[in-house]
Design a protein around this ligand. Structure first.
Ligand code: GRF
Length: 210
């Protein structure tokens, strides 16, 4: 059973597209079953629709964060989602949604965490004189960009780099490691489900040995 996975986006959706592409392989242990955006204008929504994936826009209205997250949670449950991937989703989630999906929600961040959490990571890496930069997939916890790390990839910082050039080099690696991390998590969940099923349906007792 492939793990039904939702992707939350706010914009371009290139990481979402990488996940969709990887999950198109029948042997991939997750399927992308839902894409949620907080912005109707997110370019990624069109990519998801072309791929035939159900999409939903759930906008954040005013300060009603609790209602917004309750709506997302209900949508995830309705679509029988097992794993959630944040992919350029611009809102910091509250402890409510983080708690509901603890251990089942992944995020991709464009730096080698724990270096450079937060925004403007490429410019900050350049300003700090970093020689290596990169990206991280991690589990989402209440603390911003600091949950358990699932995968990382490093790229060199070159002498003539601009934030844009560095971002493009990092993005190539993001598109590699996000599917890898999702496959790892989905594979682990499928194995756990199989082990649970075996526990619920034990083999009949063996005949005593002669
Ligand atoms: C990526 O750089 C990701 O690491 C960060 O936001 C960006 C989203 O890009 N969290 P895209 O929408 O996946 O193209």
């Amino acid at each position: 059973m492939r793990v039904r996975t939702a992707v939350l986006i706010s914009g371009r959706g290139s990481n979402m597209a990488a996940l969709i592409r990887a999950a198109a392989a029948p042997a991939f242990p997750a399927e992308i079953a839902l894409v949620i955006s907080d912005r109707a204008a997110a370019a990624g929504l069109a990519l998801a629709r072309v791929a035939g994936i159900p999409t939903k826009v759930i906008e954040v209205r005013g300060a009603a964060r609790a209602r917004h997250e309750a709506e997302i949670d209900a949508m995830l449950e309705r679509h029988r989602i097992g794993l959630v991937c944040l992919a350029g989703y611009l809102h910091v989630l509250t402890p409510f949604l983080v708690g509901r999906w603890r251990g089942r929600m992944l995020n991709i961040h464009p730096s080698l965490l724990p270096a450079f959490p937060g925004l403007e990571t490429h410019a900050r890496a350049l300003a700090a004189g970093a020689k290596l930069h990169g990206c991280t997939v991690h589990l989402v916890t209440e603390q911003l960009d600091s949950g358990p790390i699932l995968a990382q990839a490093a790229v060199p910082v070159l002498p003539d780099d601009t934030p844009e050039r560095l971002a493009a080099r990092v993005l190539i690696q993001e598109h590699r490691i996000y599917p890898l991390a999702l496959a790892m998590m989905a594979g682990a969940r499928a194995e756990t489900a199989a082990a649970d099923a075996a526990l619920m349906n034990p083999l009949p007792a063996l005949e005593p040995a002669p």
